[in-house]
Design a protein around this ligand. Structure first.
Ligand code: SME
Length: 158
C-alpha cells in the first residue's frame, strides 16, 4: 500500500478524480476493515480536493450515525428522511444540492456549508450508509462529481 499520495494542484476536476481513483484503489486493496477503508477514502479525497467537509454516515438501526470524516465537527445522528443525508438514504438516490438553503429540511452542521452532494453506499446490494461532501461554495458539485464519487464508493463494496 502506498502511504504518500500524489496530489494534483493545477488540474481539472476530471483529472483530479482520474489521478486519485487508482490511488484510493491501491489504499483499500487488501484491507477488509470497513472503517479503515472509509477513513482512508475521506483522507484521500480531502487531500486532493480540500473540500470543506467529506465523510460517511453509517446506517445503525433507524438512524444514520457519524462515521469517518475529515473537516469540522458534525452532527452525530440523522433520522431516516431528514436532511440531505437522510433523504438520500430513504430514497436510495444520489442528491446534488447546489444551494443548501433551498433544500427543505437541510441540516446545517456548519453555516459555512453552501452546497452538498450525498451518495448512498452499498455493500453486497445493501445500503450501509452515505457519503456526504460539503462545500463552502454554491453549486460546487455536478454530475461529474456524482459519477466519479460513485465509482469511488463502489471500490468499498468488496
Ligand atoms: N447537511 C447534512 C448533514 C450532515 S453535515 O453536512 C456534515 C444534511 O442535511 O443531511
Amino acid at each position: 500500500m502506498a502511504e504518500d499520495l500524489t496530489i494534483l494542484r493545477e488540474a481539472s476536476k476530471e483529472e483530479k478524480y482520474q489521478s486519485i481513483i487508482p490511488q484510493i484503489k491501491a489504499l483499500i486493496e487488501g484491507e477488509t476493515d470497513l472503517i479503515a477503508n472509509l477513513a482512508n477514502v475521506c483522507a484521500a479525497l480531502k487531500e486532493q480536493f480540500n473540500w470543506f467537509w467529506v465523510g460517511f454516515y453509517l446506517v445503525k438501526e433507524e438512524e444514520l450515525v457519524l462515521g469517518p470524516f475529515q473537516g469540522p465537527v458534525a452532527c452525530t445522528r440523522i433520522k431516516k428522511g431528514k436532511g440531505v443525508c437522510g433523504a438520500s438514504w430513504q430514497q436510495e438516490k444520489i442528491l446534488v444540492v447546489p444551494n443548501v438553503d433551498e433544500f427543505p429540511g437541510h441540516i446545517a452542521c456548519a453555516s459555512a456549508s453552501k452546497s452538498e452532494i450525498v451518495l448512498p453506499v452499498y455493500i453486497h446490494g445493501k445500503i450501509i450508509g452515505v457519503l456526504d461532501v460539503d462545500s463552502e461554495y454554491l453549486a460546487h458539485f455536478d454530475v461529474v462529481d456524482a459519477n466519479y464519487l460513485n465509482e469511488i464508493i463502489k471500490l468499498i463494496d468488496v
